[in-house]
Design a binder for this molecule. Sequence first.
Ligand code: ZN
Length: 481
Amino acid sequence: MSTRIPFLLLSGVAACSPPVPSTPSTTAAPVSRPDVLLVSIDSLRADHLGCYGYSKATSPNLDRLAREGVRCEQVVSTTSWTLPAHAALFTGLFDSTHGVVDNERALSEKANTLAEALHAAGYRTAGVFGGPYLHPVFGLAQGFDRWVNCMGAALTAKQGELVKLVLDPAETLSLSDVTGPRTLDETVKLLRELPEDEPLFLFVHLWDVHYDYKPPEEYWRRFDPDWSGTLDARDVPHNPALTAQMPARDLQHLVALYDGEIAFTDDILGRILAVWDEHRGRERSLVVVTSDHGEEFFEHGGKGHQRALFEESVRVPFVARWPGRFDGGRAVRPLVRLIDVAPTILAAAGVAVPAGVQGRDVGPLLRGEPMEPAPALCELLVDGAEIRALRREASKVIRYKDGRLVFALDLARDPGEEAPLATDSTAARLGLADLDRLVREARERGKELGLAPRRIVLDDAVRSALKGLGYVGDDANTAPR
Ligand SMILES: [Zn+2]
């Protein structure tokens, strides 16, 4: 648990005011403290979901939730990999502020997380996770009464070896691990056990969409019924068969495998939602589904994630259902950031947002009301990489380390980010100046909040193991082709 830092009220209230619960501004039936379910589906790019316009039926359960609730169209993560994105999701802070930007860092205990704020307000808090970076060693479990590890039995059996157990070097267990079914089982168990007369915040992390892509055949066959090839898609970061030059038919199959993982996970999501509604009551609860980052299939030369900040890597879904409040199947078009999720949940629960949080309550947007636009800062700072991007509603600048590559993008005209503007254009210069300012402010905010991340000591063996898995590499700042 962190040291408490002073609370600020939500927007429009002076910083020196005492914390009091806020009341959602709607005339719907009063719901004082909704139960809250937050689901993070790892590596889920928004444009591969039916409710975001994908042509294939990958996500019927999430699509239904979007019809019952509200869907934000343009949602941008802070980065393109799991650990810093989840730190941002839980703190409402940009990466340069929370500081958890590489494998060796854990979230500071001074951070005041979503779970801690809800816990302090009387919520029972529980989390169920299926992937390595949610392991307590990385500091993201702070504030949770229960934190259930659903990684495979082989990993779980090695508890005590910290990072070594989290990312097993010899067998790439975490990548080949299938954790969705166990995550479902543990979630159901929790929902049956937890008292239903106390407000609950439940976080569920679904890992299987993350590579390796190896869904049960019945799922990928839906998207590639005629496949008779031999592509071995394991070990995505290093697999020499997976290149930008791979045969188009093999790439089509690779994408079908990814889509199959989405469908497999969407089935699990559907079951979780059914049990949630049964135990917590659909009418009195807020359900949010999002993701930490997207996935590349050579749109800009790369594969997987943690390599770039183009839209396929950073654009994620954000679907919220809160009957009477966030509903009607509305599509929210203005830009929303992953860092806005925590403040939005806190506001819905009537809980003050911790001081210094950079995200904001986008409840007004979810209710169809206007808000001033706010920019998103995206950063990829792992292992010496320095890629940063400033994203606005219709424009973006991306800058690689030392300015050796700059992309100024007009997303309205060029949504595929294929035709950058001249780097000496006015749009590029203004965008880069804004990016510098945002980075400076983000670093300053981290200092003000005292959020020096804790350093996890990795011995050489573990470091080389992480590198072998593609999580620590010399090529993370490689320019896209
Ligand atoms: Zn991830």
